[in-house]
Design a protein around this ligand. Structure first.
Ligand code: GLY
Ligand code: MN
Ligand code: MN
Length: 462
C-alpha cells in the first residue's frame, strides 16, 4: 500500500478538480463462476485502488465535496464469515490506514444518496462495467441502466490525475515489467520444436505467481501471431514457426507490464523472418525515438506506419510512394491496429472510463471509422508522466488479404503476388513500455533483449 498521505492527497486533488457535488466510487464485487461461493479471482476496480488502495470486494466511497466528508461504505465480516475465512483486519482498521475515519455499512449507501437527491445535489459517478455495479447504480439512483449518465467532469478529472504517473507508481510499474521480462526470458529458454504453447504459458504464469504477481491480461502465447489477441494455446511448436509471446505481470499493487517478443522456434531466424522482424524493429525504434512531450501519439503512430511501409516496399510486399501508401492506409493490410496505449493500474489504462477521454481530446476526437486508426487507443499529445506502450507489428491475415485482393483494394501499393508468399507467415510484434520524461522518454524496467542477434545469441545457449 502507499502511505495514508498519498491516498489523502489524491482524493483532495480530485475533489478540488470536480469542485462540487458528491463523488461516488464503486469497488468491484466477487463474481461467481458456477455458484455463488465459487468465485473468479477478485480484482479491485483500478480507480478505487488509486484513491483507496483497499483490495476488498463490495466497497463504495463517497467524497462529499459540499459537506467536506469522506465515507467508506462496506461491511465488516460477520461471525459466519469469520468462521469460514478467519479473523482479518477489519474494514475500520483498513480505512484508517488510508486516511478515512468514517465507515458505514454498505446498506446505508442508499440512505445517504437519497438525502443527496432530496437536497438536489449532483452525484458524480463513473461508467460501470461490472453487471452487479450497473444494477446497484441503477437501484441507488433510480435510473434504468440504459439511462445511467456517468459524470464527464469526474471522468476527465480522474483521467487527468491517473494519466500522470507519480514516482511511487513508476516503482511498481517497473516491478511488474521486471517480472514480465523474466517471463519472456523463460519463454525464450523453453521454446523448441515439440513443446506445446500452453506449457510455456503455464510456466510463465507460474514464474509470476512465485513472485506474488498475477497476469495483467490473458497471455498471448502462440505460433499464430497473425491473430492479434490469440488465446488458443494447444498447438505444438514446430521447426519453422515464429513464436509470439505477449504477456505481462500485474504486481501486488495492481500495476501492469505489457511486453511482447517474437522469435523463431528454431535457434535462428530464417532470412524471411529476419527481414520482416527487422522492418518491425525499425518501426519500433522510429516510434521510440519520437517519444516526447508535446507530440501527438497519432503522429508517432503514422511515423511508425511510414517506417513499416518503407521496409515493406524494400522487401517487395508493397510498392509505390510510401507516404502516399500510408495516406491511403494501405499498410493496414499488415498493421491493422494501433501503435500503443496508456498503461498503469490497467494494462489498457482507464479503458473503462472511455477511450475518447483517455486517448483523445474533445478538440481532436478519435477517428472511429478509418480501418487502422479506429483501433488506435491513444492519439493525443503526450505529456511528461504518461506511461505507454509502443507495439508495432506485422500481421498476416489470409482472409483480409483475399478480401482486399478481390476488391482490388490498394492494388497500386500492395504487391499481392508477393504477399501470397507470406500467407503462412503468422505475425511479429515487438512491445515495450515507456515513461514520457521532460525531454523525451525512458524505457521502463530492465532492458530486455530485442535484436535478432541478441535473441539468437541468448537462445543458442538453451
Ligand atoms: N497485451 C495487449 C496489448 O498489447 O494491448
Ligand atoms: Mn501486449
Ligand atoms: Mn499493449
Amino acid at each position: 500500500m502507499f502511505t495514508t498521505q498519498t491516498y489523502q492527497r489524491r482524493r483532495e486533488a480530485l475533489k478540488k478538480e470536480v469542485k462540487n457535488g458528491v463523488i461516488l466510487l464503486l469497488g468491484n464485487i466477487e463474481n461467481p463462476i458456477n455458484f455463488e461461493h465459487n468465485t473468479y479471482p477478485f480484482r479491485q476496480d483500478s480507480t478505487l485502488l488509486y484513491y483507496l488502495g483497499i483490495q476488498e470486494p463490495k466497497l463504495a466511497v463517497i467524497l462529499d465535496i459540499d459537506e467536506d466528508k469522506t465515507i467508506l461504505f462496506g461491511d465488516e465480516l460477520s461471525m459466519d464469515e469469520i468462521i469460514w475465512m478467519g479473523r482479518q483486519e477489519t474494514l475500520k482498521e483498513k480505512s484508517i490506514k488510508v486516511g478515512i475515519e468514517e465507515t458505514r455499512p454498505h446498506a446505508q449507501l442508499a440512505t445517504y444518496l437519497q438525502k443527496v437527491e432530496a437536497s438536489k445535489r449532483v452525484v458524480h459517478y463513473l461508467p460501470p462495467y461490472q453487471s452487479a455495479n450497473k444494477i446497484l447504480l441503477s437501484n441507488l439512483l433510480k435510473i434504468p441502466i440504459a439511462q445511467l449518465l456517468p459524470s464527464v467532469t469526474l471522468i476527465k478529472a480522474i483521467v487527468q490525475q491517473r494519466s500522470i504517473k507519480e514516482e511511487e507508481e513508476i516503482v511498481h510499474i517497473e516491478e511488474a515489467i521486471r517480472v514480465s521480462n523474466e517471463m519472456h526470458l523463460l519463454a525464450m529458454r523453453m521454446a523448441k520444436p515439440g513443446i506445446k504453447e500452453h506449457e510455456i504459458a503455464n510456466a510463465i504464469q507460474h514464474l509470476a505467481a512465485d513472485q506474488e504477481c498475477t497476469m495483467a491480461y490473458p497471455p498471448i502465447v502462440t505460433i499464430n501471431g497473425g491473430i492479434l489477441h490469440n488465446h488458443y494455446r494447444l498447438h505444438t511448436l514446430q521447426s519453422g514457426d515464429l513464436f509470439l509471446n505477449d504477456s505481462g505481470a500485474e504486481n501486488v499493487m495492481g500495476y501492469a507490464g505489457d511486453i511482447t517478443r517474437t522469435f523463431p522456434v528454431d535457434k535462428t531466424f530464417t532470412p524471411k523472418q529476419r527481414d520482416i522482424y527487422n522492418v518491425v524493429l525499425h518501426a519500433f525504434t522510429t516510434a521510440r525515438e519520437a517519444l516526447k512531450p508535446g507530440i501527438r501519439f497519432k503522429d508517432i503512430h503514422l511515423h511508425a506506419c511510414l517506417a513499416l511501409t518503407e521496409g515493406l516496399i524494400d522487401l517487395g510486399l508493397m510498392k509505390g510512394n510510401p507516404k502516399e501508401a500510408v495516406n491511403a492506409h494501405a499498410h493496414t493490410l499488415f498493421f491493422q491496429c494501433g501503435l500503443g496505449h496508456m498503461m498503469g493500474l490497467d494494462v489498457h489504462d482507464m479503458e473503462d472510463l472511455g477511450e475518447q477521454y483517455v486517448g483523445y481530446t474533445d478538440a481532436e476526437p478519435k477517428d472511429t471509422k478509418t480501418f487502422g486508426l479506429k483501433s488506435l487507443r491513444l492519439g493525443k499529445e503526450l505529456q511528461e508522466g504518461y506511461v505507454l506502450t509502443v507495439e508495432p507489428g506485422f500481421y498476416i491475415i489470409p482472409e483480409l488479404i483475399d478480401m482486399w485482393r478481390s476488391q482490388g483494394k490498394n492494388s497500386t501499393f500492395i504487391n499481392y503476388d508477393k504477399v501470397n508468399e507470406y500467407r503462412d507467415f503468422g505475425g511479429v510484434r515487438i512491445e515495450d513500455n515507456f515513461l514520457i520524461t521532460a525531454n523525451g522518454y525512458r524505457l521502463l524496467g530492465p532492458e530486455l533483449i530485442k535484436t535478432v542477434e541478441e535473441i539468437e545469441n541468448y537462445r543458442a545457449n538453451y
